[in-house]
Design a protein around this ligand. Sequence first.
Ligand SMILES: Cc1cc2nc3c(=O)[nH]c(=O)nc-3n(C[C@H](O)[C@H](O)[C@H](O)COP(=O)(O)OP(=O)(O)OC[C@H]3O[C@@H](n4cnc5c(N)ncnc54)[C@H](O)[C@@H]3O)c2cc1C
Length: 533
Amino acid sequence: MKAAGRRIVVVGAGMSGLTAAAYLSREGQEVLLIEKNSDVGGLLNSFKRDGYLFDAGPRSLINSGIVRPMIRQLGIDLELLPNVVSVGIEDEVIRITSKDSLKDYERLLKTMYPESIADIDTILSKIKAILKHMAVLYGIDNPNFKDLKNDKQFLVGELLPWFPKFLFSLYKMNRMNEPLEDFLGRLSADQSLMDIIAQHFFKKTPSFFALGYFYVYLDYLYPRNGTGELPRAMKQKILDWGGTIQADARITEVVPSEKTALDAHGRSYRYDRLVWCADLKTLYRCLKTDGLNPKVKANINKQKDLLLSKHGAESVFTLFLGVEEDPETFRSVCSEHFFYTPSRKGLGETHRSDIKKIIDDFPNKTQKEILRWLDAYCELTTYEISIPALRQKSLAPEGKTGLIISFLFEYELMKKIRDAGWYEEFKTEVEDRMVNVLSRSIYPGLKGKVRLRFSSTPISLFNRVGSSEGAIIGWSYETGVPAVSNLRKIASSVKTPVPGVLQAGQWTFSPAGIPTAILTGSFAAHRILKNKS
Ligand SMILES: Cc1cc2nc3c(=O)[nH]c(=O)nc-3n(C[C@H](O)[C@H](O)[C@H](O)COP(=O)(O)OP(=O)(O)OC[C@H]3O[C@@H](n4cnc5c(N)ncnc54)[C@H](O)[C@@H]3O)c2cc1C
């Protein structure tokens, strides 16, 4: 049903842009997907180096009732491998293989914090209650990725009985939007215990979302041959359905009155509808509002001021290692996806007032003082470690193992360090500490077996995908979220005050991530297909 002469331009080929373009081209629309990089996937991508496969973004995909049904609906041929998560503190590691693993988590916490057993019981009872709601929210395939007209069995057998339970869980979820730190603070005075539970989440993450992660751990999937296989397969579908992809084209101007976008090479793209799936501050910076009605202009400027006053969420520092050691040696310690904290002490002020003082008073801090902070941070923080070869042996050379090791890291600090001309040296300091800490704790002897080593920083993320403040999941909870965050309103989150322009992706809905990037991309596509503004 190609609408004669109607052209839809989608800007940004991350998961939201790929989803929007896939659903539109599947329906025969004339789609042009424009991407500033040479490859697709945005924050979700993997790459090969010296025979190792590394995932640069998410280590695996959270299904959330969205990823699997979307893949099925689009007819994408992609094998999804299991992804077992383990959690470790000091020398204790548990594997999360079923809901019953919550008992192991409880034992782990009680071993580490014997003086806070009553608090742990209270916290665990809250987690158990949340898990029941998570099982409802994510328990069935998301109806937006089902053919409701023809799948009566799903409609009558699953969706209708599920709906009242869904509304109740949603109500409970919306009542637990309190920041995790405040919520835990009401349940315990043990700062180390609270840190261990909270410190690998973004600051001020809503409690429901963070404490529901125990469910999420059981809901991860890993595409055979790496996470980048999903965007690659979606790209192929778009091309098969007659869509066009323009790579290496960074959009620098959008002129709604002329329905035109321009790229950095001066090329011009006319559109009837535009879906913006890239960094949202960038859209408002490159909008040219001349020729628009004054009321529309005022609304756009108001939204621009609001967005530019907000901050992207925390970013990450990632270390990629090639190690002369068989994957099975690592399997004896942990599973393929591992959240590890080397010390039960917790980050305490290291991640709050100490880092703030360093950033605020940067020019007056000596390198020695900053490195002292870094020592403490690397000793106390939580590491997310992914080992692709434990999911699929062929993802590393025979007898060797690739590790992807990351922790949250402040973009502002990295930016100041770069501006002070200390970037490469500082990167090496971080890498050294990460390897040293893990060699002294969970992986004895690691340091001597590293054969390949490189890293990416919040600055690399910003440079690659243009994500404001190097953010990996959209808006920061700390500065307030200028986006829809009520799941009931997610369909309308794709609207913008700009005539002819919709938005989708991680800046559109909060909490963000792969599932909501897919969901908002599909909502934008369906809005266009239904001819809604
Ligand atoms: C290390 C890491 C771990 C993560 N872990 C998880 C996780 O466990 N679970 C989860 O759900 N999510 C996770 N995420 C977040 C998730 O990857 C993102 O939220 C999601 O991929 C965002 O998709 P998007 O389409 O909204 O944006 P992006 O992926 O940012 O895509 C935007 C695209 O637009 C392009 N672009 C930017 N500016 C322009 C321009 N001017 N012109 C043309 N193109 C442009 C970019 O190059 C990019 O390809 C993680 C991310 C990272 C980096």
